[in-house]
Design a protein around this ligand. Structure first.
Ligand code: NAD
Length: 486
């Protein structure tokens, strides 16, 4: 693990296996961190925050982020291979993602020296008042297994640009790429302790991190139940918190949509990344007049999905990342069947030769889904689509919003009126019209309702890593009455 610029063994002297989901066999050993390591990492982060890191100008901080982005770009292929092996994400997607990740470091690196306070034209004579935007201190970044480096980047880039230091805990299911990232922070020349990495389990590493008195902010991405728990722990210490949680996003297809595009959009929304994305369009809401035709086209396209080794560039659907997740997906398929949903595709573990011994679930499509069913309400986090018909805009909005989540939504229509109206009425942090699953370092991302608090990416995200100080300077030199407020 990386603590204060040194690679150290865990205090517990224990390691655990990281599994390759394609082979279902261990391929790496990961240090099992504990409170003792967390305490050291936070001490190192605090020391860096008060020392070396603070001494750097914002421009110099930005230059380091830029250098880091260059190193990630140079190592993109290697990082992509590690990530594909450790978590089963497609190499085809990971190459693109790793080539794109540097943009976050360039963007926030550029922003580092544009964080400005304001001079307030204060209403009191003889006083000069201005604000400073200051970093929070030590940030605990806790990330899930589904997109390890991208989701860490969304936290690390703005946190560091704002002048904070970080202790990062990756998911116990996909920690290996974090070590490769850590090496690049060192290579870029970040002072020791600015970025620390502690691997291990949620209760053993995550909780001591969140509850440590020297952690000023918790930046968490994960499931909503864990998020709720994390929020509660952080509340006890009155810490800043951002939460990026789960979703049950609706992909809504109207009868005036370009159906070729819409079919591809719905398939990409649920089967890309094996459905293991927070933004998965796991509910397809289809206008009743095109429902039958659309389902046939959906089945035709979904059936062509090539499953297999994620390291093969032609694979389209890879394995499920973890064994518990694999079992959870199969459980939900069973529940959907018991609830009376009609399984039109898949609905079982994949038995294909090219899937080897990995944790594969067939792309699965349910029709006859009633919005009240569990399969229509709970996050499956796998390649399982619920198709629900609707009759008009009002009904589409009602069904789409009838969920505790509010991460994203897709709308397929040729009508600009409908696109604007739907984008206004949908309770979701992101609405895509005639596209799906697009993200950028420039555009804010985050959830409404139970999908989270705060935003990542875009200019505003850096505000979540800053606090405002108001400075008052008397320039009149006449001491006021000490017994009344000035
Ligand atoms: P998870 O909530 O199980 O774990 C996330 C992280 O929290 C892991 O690092 C885990 O070790 C840690 N953790 C677990 N228990 C903890 C505790 N008691 N205290 C502190 N930390 C703890 O989530 P997961 O299964 O790794 O990831 C999948 C979930 O993440 C899905 O619900 C998905 O929707 C969500 N997600 C959200 C976004 C987003 O940006 N909104 C992005 C990706 C994934």
């Amino acid at each position: 693990m990386l603590i204060g610029g040194k690679w150290v063994d865990p205090a517990s002297a224990e390691w655990f296996e990281s599994m390759n989901p394609f082979t279902a066999k261990p391929w790496a050993l990961v240090p099992r961190g504990s409170k003792a390591d967390v305490d050291q990492a936070i001490a190192a982060a605090k020391c860096a925050f008060l020392g070396e890191w603070r001494k750097l100008t914002a421009t110099a901080r930005g230059a380091l982020l830029h250098k880091f982005g260059d190193l990630v770009a140079a190592e993109a292929q290697r990082l992509a291979e590690i990530e594909s092996t450790d978590n089963g994400k497609l190499i085809a997607e990971m190459r693109g993602q790793l080539n794109y990740i540097p943009q976050w470091f360039y963007y926030y690196g550029g922003l580092a020296d544009k964080i400005e306070g304001r001079v307030i034209p204060i209403d009191k004579p003889g006083v000069f008042n201005f604000t400073r935007e200051e970093p929070l201190g030590v940030v605990a970044a806790i990330t899930p297994w589904n997109s390890p480096l991208l989701l860490a980047t969304w936290k690390l880039a703005p946190a560091l640009a704002a002048g904070n230091t970080v202790v990062w805990k990756p998911s116990e299911f996909s920690s290996v790429s974090a070590f490769a990232f850590g090496e690049l922070f060192e290579k870029a020349g970040f002072p020791p302790g600015v970025v620390n990495i502690i691997t291990g389990f949620g209760n053993e590493v995550g909780e001591p991190l969140i509850t440590h008195q020297d952690v000023a902010k918790v930046a968490f991405t994960g499931g909503d139940k864990t998020g709720e728990h994390v929020y509660g722990l952080a509340a006890r210490g009155i810490k800043h918190v951002t939460l990026e949680l789960g979703g049950k996003s609706a992909n809504i297809v109207f009868d005036d949509a370009d159906l070729d595009q819409a079919v591809k959009g719905v398939v990409s929304g649920i089967f890309a990344a094996t459905g293991q994305t927070c933004i998965a369009g796991s509910r397809a809401l289809i206008h009743r007049s095109i429902h039958a035709e659309f389902v046939e086209r959906l089945l035709d396209l979904a059936k062509t999905a090539r499953m297999g080794n994620p390291l093969d560039a032609s694979t389209q659907v890879g394995p499920v990342t973890t064994r518990p997740q694999y079992e959870k997906i199969l459980d939900y398929i069973r529940i959907a069947k018991e609830e009376g949903a009609v399984c039109r595709l898949g609905g079982a573990p994949a038995q294909r030769e090219e899937c080897g011994s990995g944790w594969f679930v067939e792309p699965t499509i349910f029709t006859g889904v009633n919005p009240e069913m569990r399969i229509a309400n709970e996050e499956v986090f796998g390649p399982v689509l619920s198709v629900i018909p609707f009759d008009d805009e009002d009904e589409a909005v009602r069904i789409a919003n009838n969920t505790v989540y509010g991460l994203a939504a897709g709308v397929w229509t040729q009508s600009i009126r409908r696109a604007l109206l739907m984008s206004e009425r949908l309770e979701a942090g992101t609405v895509w019209v005639n596209t799906y699953r697009a993200v950028s370092y420039m555009s804010p991302f985050g959830g409404y309702k139970r999908s989270g608090i705060g935003r990542e990416s875009g200019i505003d995200a850096i505000r979540d890593y800053l606090q405002t100080k108001s400075v008052w300077i008397d320039i009149a030199g006449n001491a006021p009455n000490p017994f009344v407020m000035r």
